[in-house]
Design a protein around this ligand. Structure first.
Ligand code: MN
Length: 263
């Protein structure tokens, strides 16, 4: 494929607020390359909207990567015991990025922390720590196997985008995923749909109905060969948008529902 036809996918990195480096697991980049996308790393910084808009102007899709916890102030709560490392700079950057990406109609995939960012950006909240906050004994969501191994099952909502993408992997309504998290989505953001849950009721995936590609998964699909369809679908959506095949922009009523700027 000629270089100028390759869709460019922006991938967020961990920020430098606690360590003097930006960091990103290479699995994200390798998986995107293999899926036919050209990955570009976005390093979180001061939340200047014009800077984020300049980045989004030049890309065809966005991946919000995994990482540390989100400060509960972004969903109007104070931190509870059990919360882990937090970077308010990265939180602010990614929440703004998610909202502006959707406002532009860019295909968007949130992975692990990225799924939580999507939920918080559109008005949902999180469990600060599953062991402390979840009432019933939860499954073990911090796997003791390497990241490339599946760990627990999730029940996938029939008819969802996720069910469609994993039609060949789903058995008895369930899909095996890996699990490297201790926070999770609690109350789902208005206008978003839960498309996978673990056996303990923990939300494992959300998607935006009526939008060609906006979804978040609590697992790490970039580490699992069987989960490549997610990246192929993201790259396809980015290619279609780039080629003008699909207009992904929301209608004015959808924009009002998501509290995005109208017009
Ligand atoms: Mn899990």
């Amino acid at each position: 494929m000629p270089a100028n036809h390759l869709p460019v996918i922006l991938v967020t990195a961990n920020d430098a607020s606690q360590e003097p480096v930006f960091a990103l697991n290479n699995a994200y980049m390798n998986t995107l390359w293999q899926a036919g996308g050209a990955p570009l790393v976005a390093c979180p910084g001061l939340p200047a909207v014009p800077m984020i808009e300049a980045m989004l102007e030049r890309v065809d899709g966005v991946v919000l990567s995994g990482g540390s916890d989100i400060h509960p102030r972004f969903f109007d709560e104070e931190p509870l015991e059990g919360i882990g490392k937090v970077s308010p700079i990265r939180d602010t950057f990614e929440i703004e990025l998610a909202r502006l990406a959707l406002a532009r109609g860019l295909p968007l995939l949130g992975i692990c922390r990225g799924a939580q960012v999507l939920n918080v950006a559109f008005g949902g909240n999180l469990h600060h720590d599953l062991a402390v906050q979840h009432r019933t004994p939860p499954l073990c969501h911090r796997q003791t196997a390497a990241r490339k191994h599946e760990w627990h099952r999730v029940k996938v909502e029939p008819g969802s985008r996720l069910a469609d993408l994993f039609a060949h992997e789903i058995r008895d309504g369930c899909l095996w995923v890996n699990s490297i998290h201790h926070q999770a989505i609690d109350r789902v953001a208005p206008g978003w749909m839960v498309t996978a849950t673990a056996a303990d009721g923990i939300i494992e995936a959300i998607e935006q109905p009526g939008y060609p590609f906006a979804l978040g998964v609590q697992s790490h699909p970039e580490e699992l060969a069987a989960h490549r369809p997610l990246f192929h679908a993201l790259v396809k959506a980015a290619s279609d948008r780039k080629a003008g095949v699909v207009d992904q922009r929301f209608s004015p009523s959808q924009r009002r529902r998501l509290r995005l700027p109208v017009g």
